[in-house]
Design a protein around this ligand. Sequence first.
Ligand code: THU
Length: 157
Amino acid sequence: MSEKEINIRFHEYSSLDELDKADRELAEAAIDAMKGSYAPYSHFNVGAAVRLSNGVIVKGANQENAAFPSGLCAERTAMFSAGATWPDKAMVSLALAGGVMGRLAKSPATPCGACRQVMAQYQTKGGHPISIIMIGDGRIWKFDRVDDILPLIFDSI
Ligand code: THU
């Protein structure tokens, strides 16, 4: 028996101004996308923005439903829209922001497991690492690829 360790490297920023131009633009798009959130049950507004290899940004926001499982997270709303609209373009980065009453939460919004799995699939499909930017008020995390937030990705297909 041997004990193994998985290390995760990521970057932390204290302001959007510390991001490079493309990431700042994507982060601002995710924050703006929070306006499209429909969250009458959780009152938690999440916005996401996906950048494609052609530079296009596709936004999404969480959409809730009285039949709870019928709703969808912001990240998957954005990724499915991007995948359906630009099937031949790789997704290169995704930003997400969350908060209550449209106000950004202090701690960065982190994607649920199902969204991470969908990110992994599009990363494989596009053949390009997808960086993930998680935005909080005064704290931003950037991970360089989906593998960093979903270690031991299921990729048997
Ligand atoms: N939500 C997202 O949009 N993304 C996530 O990764 C986590 C959760 C949404 C789903 C639901 O509308 C609300 O946040 C509360 O869970």
